[in-house]
Design a protein around this ligand. Structure first.
Ligand code: PMV
Length: 356
């Protein structure tokens, strides 16, 4: 099989401060509420897309292993490729080679960076666009790329910009907007991620999103959110961690309360997470460290705070929880695109891949 030129996208993960949880419409990926997130710098998905000549289907290689259409981690990727190919009538099949530099599918938003990078690399390959400018000339400006990535994973749309990014739900599905709210250089927040589990979660966030409306806590939450969002924006503008911190913790706990009280109920939050959060509250009180937690749809904890505060917290973490694994990141500048990598691609088909 002949493989043509390749196009590489590097898209970072993001962590929500104001959570996207629940959808008004599944088909158009219309969220129930506005959300706000921090785009990370170093936790990224790197995806290469190569145009295949005369292939009968796309090929998807994740972490060096070729995955079929029915493999659990490949379903979303194939659905997104099928959606994009059908929408824009691209006839050519693609070889997609992707890797995350962090654990996949355990609540560190690998679907945000993964679907973002897949969308960007695939459209660059199909249009043979060799820059953001060229993609724009083909009709794919950044907001449109973000909207297309959103169809694969809602939170992916916020990974298209750096800093703090806002996703507005709007009055109709078509009126959704995603845009950068605060530049990364305005306030260099850092994220310490405490890994309680590196396993893929049993209930996907797509399944759990659907149940949100059945929680008795969901309607009161939605009523409260505009005011909370405004307070968060003010705290971000003022670089006021004492204001922002309690708001992000309330937000994470409320999202998990909705998830746990929905029908069917899901429990991403386990006893290790609960014990850890109790420890963090105590340490914060005793040592006056301004680092606050947030959680995604998984048991792992993100600790958000300024560099100096993180530097005080990290030795305590290592001393008290030497058995745990940690990832360290900070607010970043958003995705990057590298195009026209030369073939040959380092993969042979059919059969298993030979990753280099
Ligand atoms: O993008 P999805 O469908 O995987 O939803 C994930 C939503 C959360 O990560 C839990 C919250 C958010 O706003 O990112």
């Amino acid at each position: 099989m002949e493989i043509d030129r390749g196009f590489e996208a590097v898209v970072p993960s993001n962590i929500a401060l104001l959570k996207y949880w629940g959808k008004k419409d599944e088909g158009s990926q219309w969220p129930a509420n506005d959300s706000l997130s921090i785009t990370l710098a170093d936790l990224v998905t790197k995806t290469k897309a190569f145009l295949l000549k005369e292939a009968d289907d796309h090929r998807f290689v994740l972490h060096g292993e070729q995955l079929g259409r029915t493999a659990p981690l490949a379903g979303k990727a194939f659905r997104q490729l099928d959606f994009l190919a059908a929408k824009f009538s691209f006839p050519q099949k693609l070889l997609i080679v992707s890797e995350n530099n962090f654990p996949t599918g355990c609540g560190i938003a690998s679907s945000a960076s993964g679907l973002g990078a897949l969308t960007l690399a695939a459209l660059a390959a199909w249009t043979e666009a060799d820059s953001w400018q060229s993609l724009q000339e083909h009709g794919f400006d950044r907001p449109y790329l973000a909207a297309l990535a959103r169809m694969g994973s809602g939170s992916a749309c916020r990974s298209f910009w750096g800093g703090v990014v806002q996703w507005e739900a709007g009055a109709q599905a078509e009126a959704q907007r995603v845009y950068p709210l605060v530049e990364a250089k305005h306030w260099q927040l850092e994220d310490t991620i405490v890994l309680f589990s590196q396993h893929e979660k049993k209930v996907s966030s797509s399944q759990a999103h659907q149940a949100a409306w059945s929680s008795p806590l969901f309607a009161p939450r939605l009523a409260e959110l505009p005011e909370r969002a405004e307070k968060m924006r003010l705290a971000l503008a003022a670089k006021d961690m004492e204001q922002l911190g309690p708001l992000i913790e309330q937000e994470a706990l409320e999202m998990h309360a909705v998830i746990m009280t929905a029908s069917p109920a899901t429990h991403y939050f386990d006893e290790h997470t609960a014990q850890f959060l109790a420890w963090l509250r105590r340490i914060r009180r005793e040592h006056k460290i301004a680092v606050y937690f947030t959680l995604d749809a998984g048991p792992n904890v993100h600790l958000i705070g300024e560099k100096a505060q993180q530097e005080r917290l990290r030795p305590l973490l290592h001393r008290h929880f030497p058995q745990l694994k940690y990832l360290y990141d900070q607010m970043g500048e958003g995705p990057s695109l590298r195009m026209r990598m030369e073939s040959p691609a380092p993969y042979l088909f059919p059969g298993k891949s030979h990753a280099t």
